[in-house]
Design a protein around this ligand. Structure first.
Ligand SMILES: *Cc1c(COP(=O)(O)O)cnc(C)c1O
Length: 451
């Protein structure tokens, strides 16, 4: 079949003109007004504490999927996201934001027969969170461009990877100050340097406590009326502008493997379930995905829910895949919204399995010893879930998301596989820099710092 790209482009333009209306977002708690893309981005969470969700999801034209292998990543991303942004960012600006967001590659690497790793770690901080952080920061920068008097303050608590991606993504963005809270002594040396060495509009607060203490302070600050003038916003995956762009890489993987002409199963190593939830949006847009697997470590709230239908969150348990140590995944409610709480329908498209650290270590060894591929613990959990689910899909190919570069989990990877990892340039550039942080212990000290 010959595909006329110009025709596709023209058609999509027409579609774009027709869709040049505002997308509205509603709160999943249903007790707050609907808002625009801009407001949802700036507020982060609705006034009733609900997560925002788009009012409509309109599938993309079949011509888009026919032509996808001839489109660039930027063109694909534009088609996928434009309805969610609507007319609030001009087309040319949005394209520019997307180009800056996608400044790196998303290789699909064959690991074994019918199993592929979608490598999401080639960005500036070597974590998949770079995509969402870069997109969100640039949208916020655009909305702030004429705002000379007031600033937005992005406040984030991090257990490691989120902070680095947010710091790098927002570096130098005008009108935005970023304040990152991290638990002193509880993040790796590389992660700490990624948070504390950038300078400019990025400030790091080193909290004498654990991650939950950081998280509690951030939550308290969002509810604090006396901090209203700071225009606080969040930059984790509850924010639509950090969450939605994560759908891009499901399209990119499909583009890469479409020629195989087989059903595709995706396995996402899941913590807050933002990634997999973005994948389900991609499916709603028409991307032919046969099945999703949410692979978790022993923080198994969702696997238990699929077993017995009871959503029973628990305090988080520390594991070697620590970016997934989440006891109450915040995006799961968005997934339930898309399936309208129909558990049976949901199970047709979605499975979720839990794996221990011992199983994760075994998987890392197996992947390395038989195929020579180095997976870090999160990717290995994704691999395990994929292997399990593929037994039910004999004709399918499987893709697991490799969400971080092995160097980010250096100690575990080097000890488990008995290898020495070369330091990538992105990491080397922060290693020589001097850490700058402010130590705090209490919420009052945070308030004083915020001013
Ligand atoms: C954040 C993170 C995850 C979990 O992603 P969610 O979207 O929260 O499910 C998995 N792996 C790594 C390395 C991460 O940093």
């Amino acid at each position: 079949m010959i595909i006329d790209i110009n025709l596709v482009a023209k058609k999509s333009k027409i579609k774009y003109l027709q869709s040049k209306i505002q997308m509205k977002y509603y709160s999943l708690n249903h007790k707050a007004p609907n808002v625009s893309f801009k407001e949802a981005l700036i507020k982060g969470l609705a006034t009733d504490k609900g997560l925002y969700f788009p009012e409509t999801i309109t599938p993309l034209a079949p011509t888009f999927f026919d032509a996808i292998e001839n489109m660039s990543h930027e063109e694909i991303a534009f088609e996928a996201i434009q309805q969610f942004v609507g007319d609030e960012i001009p087309e040319e600006t949005l394209k520019h934001i997307i180009a800056e967001t996608l400044c790196f590659n998303f290789p699909v690497v064959q690991v074994e027969k019918d199993i592929y790793s979608l490598e999401l770690f080639h960005g500036p901080t070597m974590a998949f969170k770079d995509v969402g952080a870069r997109f969100m920061s640039r949208c916020l920068g655009y909305f702030n461009k004429d705002n000379k008097n007031s600033k937005n303050t992005v406040l984030v608590a991090t257990s490691g990877d989120t902070g680095g991606a947010v710091a790098s993504g927002f570096l130098g963005v005008k009108g935005v100050e970023v304040i990152i809270l991290y638990p002193s002594g509880k993040v790796s040396d590389i992660q700490e340097r990624q948070l504390t060495t950038l300078g400019q509009n990025i400030k790091a607060l080193e909290v004498d406590g654990v991650f939950d203490d950081c998280q509690d302070m951030v939550k308290k600050a969002f509810l604090d009326e006396s901090l209203k003038h700071k225009n606080l916003t969040s930059a984790n995956s509850i924010n639509i502008a950090r969450w939605l762009p994560q759908m891009f890489y499901f399209f990119f993987a499909y583009k890469a493997l479409k020629k195989e002409n087989k059903p595709i199963v995706f396995s996402c190593p899941s913590g807050n379930f933002g990634n997999i939830c973005a994948g389900i949006i991609a499916k709603k847009l028409g991307l032919p995905i046969e099945h999703f697997v949410a692979s978790t470590n022993v923080n198994d709230t969702v696997p238990r829910f699929l077993e017995n239908g009871i959503y029973d969150p628990m305090p988080s348990i520390a594991t070697i895949s620590n970016a997934m140590d989440v006891g109450n995944p915040s995006n799961f409610i968005r997934i339930q919204e898309m399936y309208q709480n129909d558990l049976e329908q949901f199970k047709k498209d979605f499975s979720s399995f839990t794996f221990s650290d011992a199983e994760t270590i075994e998987a890392m060894k197996t992947i390395y010893n038989t195929e020579g591929y180095i997976a870090e613990p999160h990717g290995a959990v994704g691999y395990l879930g994929l292997k399990k689910e593929l037994q039910n899909h004999p004709t399918a190919i499987g893709i697991f998301l490799e969400t971080a570069h092995p160097i980010k989990f250096l100690d575990t990877v080097e000890q488990t596989l008995n290898v020495k990892l070369p330091i990538p340039t992105q990491i080397e550039s922060v290693l020589g820099k001097v850490k700058v942080s402010v130590k705090i212990k209490t919420y009052e000290e945070l308030k004083v710092f915020l001013g």
